[in-house]
Write a protein that binds this ligand. Structure first.
Ligand SMILES: C[S@@+](CC[C@H](N)C(=O)[O-])C[C@H]1O[C@@H](n2cnc3c(N)ncnc32)[C@H](O)[C@@H]1O
Length: 124
């Protein structure tokens, strides 16, 4: 995904982290994944939002999907402390194929509907 508009350099990766932390009180003010076990995050980048969600909802397990190996490599580092609560899939979210996994078909169907213009977490 070489044509991603913001690029993947370390300054941009840090910007994503700072942006997520700054916006978290507003973004997650009315978001409650307390009743969810598994969450699918398409376009998860370096895991900046993922970290906030994992901290906010301790029962949640998150599957991070990103088409960039560089972003996922940084996400693995950033989220290492969460162990098996997070897994990483390098794939184009527009043609998502997670194979056999614990996320329900309905969640995957919703994910397939999430185009690159609307990257949002999906849970069951
Ligand atoms: C602006 S970053 C956002 C990362 C994260 N959601 C956050 O807020 O910190 C967008 C991410 O979407 C990924 N992306 C763009 N198009 C994608 C696609 N079709 N499938 C999977 N990932 C995609 C990029 O590689 C990038 O890491």
């Amino acid at each position: 995904m070489a044509n991603y508009v913001h690029g993947f350099d370390p300054i941009e990766q840090l910007r994503l982290k700072e942006q997520a932390e700054f916006l978290a009180p507003m973004v997650y003010k009315e978001v409650d994944f307390g009743g969810c076990k598994n969450l699918l995050e398409v376009g998860s980048g370096v895991g900046a939002q993922t970290r906030i969600l994992l901290e906010k909802f301790p029962a949640l397990q998150i599957t991070c999907v990103d088409s960039s190996a560089e972003q996922l490599a940084q996400a693995r580092i950033n989220l290492a402390s969460f162990g098996d609560r997070v897994r990483f899939v390098e794939q184009d979210g527009c043609v998502l194929d997670l194979g056999a996994c614990s996320i329900s078909d309905s969640a995957i169907n919703k994910a397939e509907g999430a185009s690159s213009t609307r990257r949002s977490p999906i849970c069951d």
